[in-house]
Design a binder for this molecule. Structure first.
Ligand SMILES: [Zn+2]
Length: 254
């Protein structure tokens, strides 16, 4: 009986106090979200979605996972200071680093407590739907068309369509309906193996207009160059004829 009492006491002790030995220290929070992938997802949103959203003067709902407030790294990423090509500065303790990677490590080691956990949302989780891998290869100009994986594509398509619904509810307004349609074409269509289309087929919103202006400028310069070349050729031709006429009309001396 005494043994039974002792073992019960021991069990109570184990169940009551053991978890505290393995609990995280106060103020620490384990992060299961990739900063680098979240950054890639944000770059995709920033280049291929936000310019179109801004044009419509539309505000992403808070429930939308693409809303910057749902990216736990956004605040730290915005505060990063890129001083020179090989100098990155921590905005909290002013320490300098020679690459962004080292500053990222420093954030994770020293300032993890400053991350915004309030929503516990990881932007990297929507990377599949946003074509992060394709975007990274595109940036390195290494993209080669690969065979479509039907199972993975179906999963990504499902997430993509759910993002379209929560971020741009079609019944909300005309802008929301148009952006919903845009989002499906820009991101979700490329997850359908049968359609065989590439992601971001509605173009890059950040640099699209800029590229158009550069092309227009080159075209105008070319037209002007051809025009002045024509004028110059016409003038030289005119001068040659004038000299010939002068020679012809020269009076003969007897
Ligand atoms: Zn620091």
């Amino acid at each position: 009986m005494r043994d039974l009492g002792l073992s019960m006491l021991l069990s109570i002790y184990v169940f009551a106090f053991l978890p505290s030995l393995y609990a995280e220290p106060a103020g620490q929070h384990e992060v299961h979200c990739s900063r680098e992938r979240s950054r890639t997802a944000w770059s995709v949103i920033d280049e291929y979605l936000l310019p179109f959203v801004e044009k419509k003067q539309y505000s992403l709902p808070e429930a939308c996972r693409l809303n910057p407030k749902n990216d736990m790294f956004r605040e730290q990423e915005q505060k990063k200071e890129h001083v020179t090509a090989h100098q990155w500065q921590c905005p909290y303790c002013r320490k300098m680093f020679r690459s962004e990677k080292f500053l990222d490590q420093h954030f994770d080691n020293r300032h993890l407590n400053l991350l915004n956990y309030s929503r516990d949302r990881c932007l990297a989780d929507v990377c599949g739907a946003l074509h992060c891998d394709y975007y990274e290869k595109l940036a390195k100009s290494k993209h080669k068309k690969k065979k479509c994986n039907t199972l993975a594509s179906e999963k990504h398509l499902h997430l993509c369509q759910s993002l379209a619904r929560t971020c741009f509810p079609p019944e909300q307004s005309a802008s929301s309906r148009q952006l919903n349609e845009f989002f499906l074409r820009q991101f979700c269509d490329a997850h359908d193996c049968k359609k065989g289309v590439l992601p971001f087929n509605r173009g890059n919103g950040r640099y699209g207009d800029q590229a158009l202006y550069i092309a227009l400028f080159i075209f105008v310069c070319l037209i002007l160059f051809l025009f002045y070349l024509g004028v110059y050729a016409y003038q030289s031709d005119l001068n040659k004829n004038h000299v010939k006429l002068k020679r012809i009309s020269k009076p003969k001396v007897h």
